[in-house]
Design a binder for this molecule. Structure first.
Ligand code: 13P
Length: 253
């Protein structure tokens, strides 16, 4: 059975001290989670070691990174490899976030290489997809997202696919306060599951967690997470406030 996951993507926010305080506050309010539910916290690289120490003994909360290099090692100034993340006790890595695609020109081929690096170093991947507003307005979002998934993931073996979480994040909903309706989210998530099923079979598709991201907050999370194909959320702004993040985690119940 697939897991429900709420993952906090801190993006480029919070100093070390602020990050430590946030993790402490999350612990204080964290509800008891059943075995099929997980929380992931993805702070900036500089915070990973500190956060790993804070997470020691917290079986429900897992450490994630927001990116990794597409190469294994070498003269790539400023990059952080998947092996380095693994050695810092990172379990998950977000790959293909729309901000990486748009602002850092990460194309499909680069993202496929990052996925390979992550998997070959034993990391779980949260692979992001999602359409810009113009594509939604033209009603071609299904093909657009399908192509992102094919280009980023369809070179993987069946067993590798078992280490992929997919996050659907419509770009027009990220940081805008404009959430996809639960019907829009459900339609896309069902489409994504169908795309995975066509390539990897029903069992793999049923076991793949598909998260929604984009202005998710405690007030809309219950309705979104109640959709049969929405298996949790990838949370930006609301992951920076313990009370909001906990409210979203509670909506997984
Ligand atoms: P917001 O929750 O701030 O809209 O961000 C979503 C996101 O991009 C998470 O990766």
């Amino acid at each position: 059975m697939r897991k429900k996951i709420v993952a906090g993507n801190w993006k480029m926010n919070l100093t070390l001290l602020e990050g430590a305080e946030l993790v402490n506050d999350i612990f204080k309010g964290l509800p008891i989670l059943s075995e099929d539910k997980k929380v992931v916290i993805a702070p900036p690289y500089t915070h990973l070691t500190q956060t790993a120490e804070q997470l020691t003994g917290m079986i429900d909360v897992h450490l994630g990174a927001q990116n990794c290099a597409c190469e294994a090692s070498g003269a790539y100034t400023g990059e952080v490899s998947a092996a380095m993340l693994k050695s810092a006790e990172v379990e998950y890595v977000i790959i293909g976030h729309s901000e990486r695609r748009e602002y850092f020109n990460e194309d499909d081929a680069t993202l496929a290489k990052k996925v390979n690096q992550a998997l070959s170093n034993g990391l779980e991947v949260i692979f992001c997809c999602g359409e810009p507003l113009a594509i939604r307005d033209a009603d071609t979002q299904n093909e657009y997202v399908e192509n992102q998934i094919k280009a980023g993931l369809f070179h993987l073996s069946d067993s590798q696919m078992g280490h992929i979480v997919i996050a659907y994040e419509p770009i027009w909903a990220i940081g805008t306060g404009r959430t996809a309706s639960s019907a829009q989210a459900q339609d896309m998530h069902a489409h994504i599951r169908g795309v995975v099923a066509a390539k990897y079979g029903e069992t793999t598709a049923e076991n793949t967690s598909i998260l929604y991201g984009g202005s998710c907050k405690p007030s809309n999370a219950p309705e979104l997470f109640a959709c049969p194909d929405v298996d949790g959320g990838l949370i930006g702004g609301a992951a920076l406030k313990a009370s909001e993040f906990i409210g979203i985690i509670e909506a997984m119940a």
